[in-house]
Design a protein around this ligand. Structure first.
Ligand SMILES: Cc1cc2nc3c(=O)[nH]c(=O)nc-3n(C[C@H](O)[C@H](O)[C@H](O)COP(=O)(O)O)c2cc1C
Length: 358
């Protein structure tokens, strides 16, 4: 059975998904594929591009990475896809554990994997994480004041890979880190190709959440701002000009500041940026994401302020990167992160999550 990730009509609503969560495994000889596929469908992907396709042979699941679907100005060297694959493998593990199966993963190709399922003897089904997974979402609006969430920040090790989880209380944001976040926000508008990629992934005034791309109503801005963005999508250069021009750009700066206000941050770091490390970072990020939501917090990845640093370290920033951004992602950014999160020598930022209560 193949699935292109766009159509999942039998699982349209959270209610249906929640019903699935209470289903008993069908038989002990075959993994419940509907449960696994619900996890595949719900896993986050950069720009909601859903670049992973899958097929089954008995209890074996093949995950393929569609290069065309994954093609995005901000997915360089497939960095975003590797992190998303980590999220996906974690999601599958949770759905397998829910029915008392173990998922054994072999990663190969460009962000591709084979997953074999083995029935566990113990009766240790874990339902809570699965429900949490089905309810997970990205929140892009402003936050109210809240206390810093207490989460497990132990490092996680997988063979020779290791990732760390760092937290930052909203009260402790340095001026330099705020400056980095605000400037990284303008990246989408000041780099022509990034702006085009952003508008390509937007679905203005759309109803279906499951389809590829991001609905404008999920941007966390009001209807007037959505209409304004829709107009700018036809004349992106006007938007660039406004963002570049002092005074005219005040409302953009205000919106950036509003999003930072009351936000706590969680940073996933690694001493290495190879695919295995990015997968582990993705896995740990999803775990943290679910833990935070379980504690009543909302989460938004901040990739333009983090994965861009991964790209810079890997030397794959595109040729058209403006000097100010190149300097931010290559020189200033790593230094700011080191000071703000007290990183040890060689520890690199991978993925930044904005966290708070709405
Ligand atoms: C690697 C990766 C990078 C992402 N980067 C961002 C980001 O920079 N900003 C954002 O708002 N969401 C980001 N997301 C979240 C996706 O846009 C989101 O998961 C997707 O639109 C599906 O929506 P949902 O999470 O509400 O199900 C990212 C997700 C992944 C896996």
């Amino acid at each position: 059975m193949a699935n292109d990730g766009t159509d999942f009509t039998s699982l349209k609503t959270a209610v249906t998904l929640a019903k699935l969560a209470t289903m008993k495994p069908l038989a002990t000889t075959e993994v419940n594929k509907a449960l696994i596929e619900s996890a595949l469908q719900k896993t986050p992907t950069g720009g909601n591009s859903k670049p992973f396709l899958w097929s089954w042979t008995d209890n074996k699941l093949e995950i393929r990475h569609d290069e065309k679907l994954a093609e995005h100005y901000l997915n360089r060297n497939s960095h975003t896809s590797w992190i998303a694959l980590g999220c996906l493998l974690q999601s599958v593990e949770i759905a397998a554990a829910k029915q008392n199966w173990l998922s054994q993963v072999a990663v190969h190709g460009n962000a591709e994997a084979t997953i074999e399922f083995k029935k566990l003897n113990s009766e240790n089904q874990s339902n809570e994480n699965y429900i949490q997974l089905l309810n997970r979402s990205t929140y892009r609006g402003p936050f109210k004041p809240s206390s810093m969430p207490v989460i497990a920040t132990d490092s996680s090790q997988d063979q020779d890979q290791v990732v760390h989880i760092k937290t930052l209380n909203s009260k402790d944001l340095s001026a330099a880190f705020k400056g980095l976040l605000i400037m990284a926000d303008t990246y989408l508008w000041l780099q022509t190709k990034a702006t085009k990629a952003f508008f390509k992934e937007m679905r203005f005034f759309a109803e279906r959440k499951e389809a590829r791309g991001i609905r404008s109503k999920d941007l966390g801005v009001g209807i007037m701002d959505q209409i304004m963005l829709y107009c700018f999508s036809h004349v992106p250069w006007v938007l660039q000009w406004i963002v570049k021009t002092p005074i005219l750009n005040l409302s953009f700066k205000k919106a950036s500041l509003q999003n930072i206000q009351n936000s706590h941050f969680v940073l996933i770091t690694s001493p290495s940026l190879d695919p295995k490390s990015l997968i582990l970072a993705g896995r740990e990020s999803l775990k943290v994401w679910l833990e935070l939501e379980q504690k009543g917090y909302n989460v938004q990845p901040y990739s333009t302020a983090s994965i861009t640093l991964v790209d810079a370290t890997a030397g794959v920033l595109p040729n058209d990167t403006k000097p100010a951004f190149r300097n931010l992602f290559t020189e200033k950014g790593p230094q700011i992160y080191r000071e703000q999160f007290h990183l040890f020598a060689g520890e690199m930022p991978v993925w930044l999550l904005r966290v708070g209560k709405k």
